[in-house]
Structures are given as structure tokens and as C-alpha cells.
Design a protein around this ligand. Structure first.
Ligand SMILES: Nc1ncnc2c1ncn2[C@@H]1O[C@H](COP(=O)(O)OP(=O)(O)OP(=O)(O)O)[C@@H](O)[C@H]1O
Ligand SMILES: [Mg+2]
Length: 416
């Protein structure tokens, strides 16, 4: 700018002072050069004062004046001490005019201080923001975790509740797993309770089944002691003892089946059934019962199973059919589809459609209205059958159709 001022004429300079000042944000004053230094400095200062530039320290020395007079441009900085600023000036000379172009500079340290203060504010705001964000984020994580913790506690108290968390992240996956676990535990718990209840009924049934013959044995023994035996008492006692024996044998058999390791082998079911029927030949003849078999063209029927156990299944079903049939016929049928062989054994019965025929599988369940133990057995036969089929995972069912009872077993075809 000083160069620019140098180049314009004095008249133009005087006109354009305010323009220069505005454009460059400086203060410009001028004063004709004179020899009285004190007066000269005073006048320059007054001019500056008029432009609202009050300076503590400002003095144009003789030397400076002479240098300016000789056409040099002089730059100086006047430190204003307590005002915490400096005044930077350029002195130039133009047609015996001493021109001062000055600008006030705020102390750098003050500027730094302001900047520092500003930085501190920014830092504090950033830290607060950071803490806020961390808090929000951690809350986002800890809230669902807390919910999961509460739910786990409730599950531990056997309250199988479920979490409803949709955070779209690993926590949601965890919640899903916990929900699944809760479901499975609930089912297992219900199953266990059911088994427990079954066991209780089973034990009370056993006790009941044992008590009846024992009471009879006691009564008949007392009769013998009192001398009122008509000669049949000992027979009755022996019969009741046999009954208890049979019951205990069957109970042992049932518990053994549940424990035994399955010895799987390939069995020809048709052959096995025919062998079993042979052992009933005399009984069938005596009762004039005929077994009708419909093989549906199936010659060989191979299944993968434990021979001893399947033998028990077949024996129980055949003996039941022979024992309980209401007509002189028992009907056996084999069927086949892509996946399985189906075995059906059917006989006539007095049981009507109102009977809860599925209960037939339950231990000690006998259909005879009078629970006539002379006719029906222990009531454990079909419980053993079901236990074996369940262990083999062979599907089975019982149906009551038109006065006929049907037992159906599905044997999956073994892989070639
Ligand atoms: N084929 C059948 N026809 C008609 N009723 C049957 C038949 N099979 C079973 N039942 C009825 O179901 C009851 C239970 O049979 P299950 O074989 O379990 O015991 P059980 O034959 O009485 O005794 P066990 O088999 O131990 O000698 C029988 O008492 C009978 O009333
Ligand atoms: Mg039976």
C-alpha cells in the first residue's frame, strides 16, 4: 500500500486517504515536515488522536525524520506496553509531507491466550459430548444385557420367560438363543413333571396290584389257621402267589427293557411272526380260533431291530388278540409303501367307540369292566410293547373300528 501511495500525486493521495484506510484497515495521517521535533511529534500525535489512535509511546526521532526526508521508507514498531498492543508504522515522505501509515497489532500472547481459551472450551464441550455419547451407547448395550440378566434369573427360578430385544446385533442373537433355551427348558421341565406324575401313579398302581393278592393270601391263611379251610384255600394262596410272581416278573422285564442296550440286527418279520404263531398252535386249536393272514404279496419283510424285544412285541400282541377276541378269528395283514412296512393285527372286541382306547398302552390299564384278573393279565403287556417300540422309534397306533380293535406298527425299511 505504501508503494501505491508513493505512486499517486499528493493531491490524489489526500483525496483517497479514507479509501486507502478502509481498503487496508489502516490509519493514515500526514504532517508537513518541520525542524521543531517536539512540535512536529505533538502535531502527528494529535492527528492520530483525531483518528482515535491513542498511543503511549510514539516518537519520531531526528534520525528517522532525516532518513525519511532523504526519501527512504522507514518501518517501525511502537510497543504500547499496558495497552497490550503494538503500533506498526511505515513513514514515507511526499512533497515535504511526512506520511504515517499505521496499524495496531494486538499482542500475540493475548491472541494465543484467546485461542487457548477457545480451545479449552472446545475441548470441554467435546469431552462432555464424548461422555454423553459413551453414556448413551453404553446404555444401549447395558439395558438389554440387564433385561437378559433378569430373564436368566427368572429362568433359574423356573419361570420360563422370554426376552423381547430387537437391537439388530449380537445381543439380539443372544436373546434369541436364551429364548430358545427357555422354551426347551420349559418343555423339558414339563416333560419331567409329567414323568414324575406318571411314576407316582405307576408306584401307587403297583402297590395296589400287590395289595389285592396279599390281602387274599392273608385272609385265606387266617382261614386255614381257624380251621375253616374247605380244601381250596391253599390253591387260592398258590394262585395269588403266582399272580404276584407274574407281576414282579413283568415289572422287572419292563425296567430291563428301559435299560437294555438295543442289539440291532436284520430280522425277517414274517418268519418271526410265523414262528411265534406256531407256539400258539395248541391254544388256537383248543379255542377254535383261526388266524387269517393277508401278506399282500410281500414275501420277505426285513426290518432292523432287536430280535428279543421284537419277539416280545409280537408275542404280546398275538396273545392279546387270541385272549380277548370275541369271534373265532384273528386277522393279520402286512402292507408296504416306499418308506415302510406296516404290520396290522386285528380282532373283534366288545369295546365300543366311547372307550378311550389310547389308554390301553398305560401300565396296569385293563379294559375289563370288572378288572377280572382271572381273564385279563397284569395290564403290563402293552406297556412293555410301547416301551420297546418307542425305543426303536417305530410309530404305532391303536384303532377301534366297527367293533374291531386294530394294532398298527410302522417299520421303516432298512437301507440296502
Ligand atoms: N387285542 C385285544 N382285544 C381286546 N382288548 C384288548 C386287546 N389287547 C389288549 N386289550 C385290553 O387291554 C388291556 C391291557 O392289555 P395288556 O396286554 O397291556 O395287559 P393284559 O393283557 O391285561 O396283561 P398281560 O399282557 O400282562 O398278561 C387288556 O386287559 C384288555 O382289556
Ligand atoms: Mg396282554
Amino acid at each position: 500500500m505504501t508503494n501505491e501511495i508513493d505512486q499517486v500525486s499528493t493531491a490524489k493521495f489526500k483525496q483517497a486517504i479514507s479509501k486507502f484506510e478502509q481498503k487496508n484497515n489502516v490509519t493514515i495521517v500526514y504532517e508537513p515536515i518541520q525542524s521543531d521535533l517536539d512540535q512536529f511529534n505533538g502535531l502527528v500525535r494529535d492527528k492520530l488522536n483525531q483518528k482515535r489512535v491513542t498511543l503511549n509511546k510514539f516518537w519520531v526521532t531526528d534520525e528517522t525524520l532525516n532518513q525519511v526526508k532523504s526519501g527512504k521508507r522507514i518501518s517501525k514498531i511502537y510497543d504500547q506496553g499496558k495497552l497490550k498492543s503494538s503500533f506498526l508504522v511505515d513513514f514515507i515522505q511526499k512533497d515535504n509531507l511526512f506520511i504515517v501509515v499505521g496499524v495496531s497489532i494486538v499482542y500475540l500472547s493475548d491472541a494465543v491466550q484467546i485461542v487457548n481459551k477457545f480451545t479449552i472450551y472446545i475441548m470441554i464441550s467435546l469431552i462432555i459430548l464424548l461422555i454423553l455419547m459413551v453414556w448413551i451407547w453404553s446404555k444401549k448395550i447395558t439395558d438389554p444385557l440387564k433385561e437378559l440378566k433378569d430373564i436368566s434369573k427368572e429362568i433359574a427360578q423356573l419361570e420360563f420367560k422370554k426376552a423381547t430385544i430387537s437391537t439388530n446385533d449380537e445381543i439380539e442373537e443372544l436373546a434369541r438363543s436364551i429364548n430358545e433355551m427357555s422354551d426347551k427348558l420349559r418343555l423339558a421341565h414339563e416333560d419331567l413333571n409329567q414323568r414324575n406324575a406318571n411314576l407316582k401313579t405307576f408306584i401307587s398302581d403297583i402297590s395296589h396290584e400287590l395289595k389285592t393278592p396279599l390281602a387274599l393270601i392273608k385272609a385265606y391263611s387266617a382261614g386255614i389257621k381257624d380251621g375253616i379251610d374247605d380244601g381250596t384255600y391253599v390253591d387260592t394262596i398258590i394262585k395269588q402267589t403266582d399272580q404276584i410272581n407274574r407281576l414282579i416278573d413283568k415289572l422287572l422285564e419292563l425296567s430291563r427293557i428301559e435299560r437294555e442296550v438295543l442289539q440291532l440286527e436284520r430280522i425277517d418279520l414274517i418268519l418271526l411272526i410265523n414262528q411265534c404263531l406256531e407256539s400258539y398252535e395248541i391254544e388256537l386249536m383248543q379255542n377254535r380260533i383261526e388266524i387269517k393272514i393277508n401278506q399282500n404279496g410281500i414275501r420277505k419283510l426285513f426290518i432292523e431291530a432287536d430280535r428279543d424285544q421284537i419277539e416280545k412285541v409280537v408275542t404280546n400282541l398275538i396273545s392279546n388278540a387270541i385272549k380277548y377276541t370275541k369271534s373265532p378269528e384273528v386277522y393279520i395283514e402286512y402292507q408296504e409303501n416306499n418308506e415302510e412296512f406296516i404290520f396290522i393285527i386285528e380282532n373283534e372286541t366288545n369295546l365300543n367307540h366311547s372307550t378311550q382306547v389310547e389308554k390301553i398302552w398305560e401300565p396296569f390299564y385293563v379294559m375289563e369292566p370288572s378288572r377280572n384278573k382271572h381273564f385279563s393279565g397284569t395290564g403290563l403287556g402293552l406297556a412293555i410293547v410301547q416301551s420297546i417300540l418307542n425305543r426303536h422309534r417305530f410309530q404305532h397306533e391303536v384303532r377301534l373300528i366297527d367293533g374291531k380293535i386294530q394294532f398298527i406298527i410302522h417299520f421303516p425299511k432298512p437301507l440296502q
